[in-house]
Design a protein around this ligand. Sequence first.
Ligand code: NDP
Ligand code: 8X3
Length: 247
Amino acid sequence: MKTAFITGATAGIGEATVRTLVANGWRCVATGRREERLDALVGELGKDRVHAACFDVRDREGMDAAIAGLPDEFAGVDLLVNNAGLAQGLSPAQDANLDDWQTMIDTNVTAMVVLTRKLLPTLIERRGAIIAIGSVAGNYVYPGGNVYAGSKAFANHFTLALRADLHGTGVRVTSIEPGMVETEFTVVRTGSQEASDDLYRGADPMTGQDIADTIHWIAELPPHLNINRIELMPVSQDFAGFRVARS
Ligand code: NDP
Ligand code: 8X3
């Protein structure tokens, strides 16, 4: 049985990924800060299939303790899903709150590279795979995206760069770059459930399950095949147009 290590498994894409992989015969290490949600997943899916690792990805000591504390059957990681992330306080750069910017850099960039570095030895030993959840925001900028967009451009490119470094190891590396997915992401981004509901209204967005199914498909491709990057959007969404400010 293969083991996946999935960050951000308490909600949205990460939670759907745990459910999908477990339903397809995988074991999962499910991580996040909300312990009660991790415990509920273990209760529902079984402790032989899901191990809860509760830590803040920005806390290196917590991350080390979580990795060191993996039970033997979960310690050999075959798939790392770098998913935990957030957009916080998206506003024009000139109005931005520096703490929001720092939180996004620490979570979306620093934590991802630290965790990846720590799990690379086991991933190489097992000829495993890395799948990162970047974003279309890393490919097309939009007003207010600033540091979130920058952090996701980093995620998209760091993941492609890993592919180059891991050449010859047999480790597969994929950058998944989604557009609008209906999850708690927008509650965090806007600060309220109501504003989040407004953003999704009538948009027929993608679901966490859509992305989880994509992750599962990529994870189970034959070992000689690598999807380098894949960008997904709901049909209702397309690219931002150029704007002209007229005098
Ligand atoms: P959710 O808000 O539903 O889930 C985010 C997950 O990240 C939660 O499980 C949360 O866990 C975890 N997380 C956030 N901060 C931390 C932290 N400091 N330590 C540990 N875990 C953390 O959002 P999504 O499922 O939508 O987001 C998942 C990824 O997908 C993100 O990287 C996001 O940027 C990306 N993405 C999302 C899109 C969308 O439209 N929804 C589009 C493109 C990309 P907890 O709070 O329990 O710690
Ligand atoms: C966020 C993508 O399309 O919601 O990562 O701005 S989108």
